[in-house]
Design a protein around this ligand. Sequence first.
Ligand code: NIG
Ligand code: ZN
Length: 413
Amino acid sequence: MTILIKNIKQLVQVRDTSVAKVSGEEMGVLPILENAYLLLENDKIIDYGLMAVCPEATTETQVIDATGKCVLPTWCDSHTHLVYAANREQEFVDRINGLSYEEIANKGGGILNSVKKLNEIPEDVLYLESKKRLENSIKLGTGAIEIKSGYGLTTEGELKMLRVIKKLAENFPIKIKSTFLAAHAFPLEYKENHKGYIDLIIEEMLPKVAQDNLADFIDVFCETGYFSVEETKTIMNAGAKYGLIPKIHVNQFTAIGGIKACVEHQALSVDHLEIVTDEDIEALKNSSTMPVALPTCSFFIQIPYTPAREIIKAGLPLAIATDYNPGTTPSGNMNFVVATACIQMKMTPEEAINAATINGAYAMGISDEYGSITRGKKANIMITKPINSYYELPYSFGDNLIELVILNGTIIA
Ligand SMILES: N=CN[C@@H](CCC(=O)O)C(=O)O
Ligand SMILES: [Zn+2]
């Protein structure tokens, strides 16, 4: 199957030479071609260039006229919890009425609320609920996504979540990476017995996850009141024995030295970073760990935004992702993430789009195949509605400007 997209107003994030990620000042550079064409063959990007040298379409070629429209690589959403049983809208109202995330968690809400519901829901219903969310994310332009477990906190519950993620990966054309997050919270019965729960993760859950090949990454909620830095290290070490690379929730509410530990354990990414110290920034310099900001989480639960300007000024890369989950971010809309990054974190549209594409792909270990318009990469692209320029993506926040999504060279939505 060959698709030729013609008359593209702006072909965005075009890179002749693939880069793994962009850092510091490079983040402000977003290569574009104006009045361009893009040629896709089967599941790959074959060619692109200016309309002046656009190839002739054969009779088998499907031609799409993108006059007035922009074409971009699909979003790479590197941090989600989209497999969950039910919404938590009561907590949303509790927060409006003055309770904090911590106070809600202490009342039995928060993660443990989702855990109870997850362990009650049948696996097929969990799949159907999750599938709807994934379909919606795809419609909004997401073409690669990471999904975590972490609402089971029992062996069966965690495996159930991971099996659902695996089934989504088998049934949908979107690229899915899976993360084992049993260390998301301590179940009530282990509140005073941290070692007991960590032993359960390491001795019972991890071998089963590995045996059934259910995860690519391992995650821990490294935070005051959740998993300490020492506990996080123990779990990262255990995961490493099964080849699971760490991608860690850290510095959401407090800075406790977790970032340095993650870097020392070659974490692929450190995610959240709403609270960042100079030591954290130093630890990230010259490392291969991608900082990941989750701006719509900050928006929804009204906590500080990740200091993007400080991170970029230090020469570091930055990715942005949704954090799609029922507690802190009930939205999988990467367009809104890009807009929030620009509006609240003062990222330029160029920086935000780099953060949501090539750097997001890096944070899932897939930037050799996803995250830019590069010959040989996967044909995962999106076409906007007619717009003045790609600036309108963050500018028209709240509108869906994505008209067409193509995944693996097939028109999806
Ligand atoms: N902070 C930890 N985990 C999720 C929230 C989980 C929940 O509240 O259900 C997050 O990334 O924001
Ligand atoms: Zn998260």
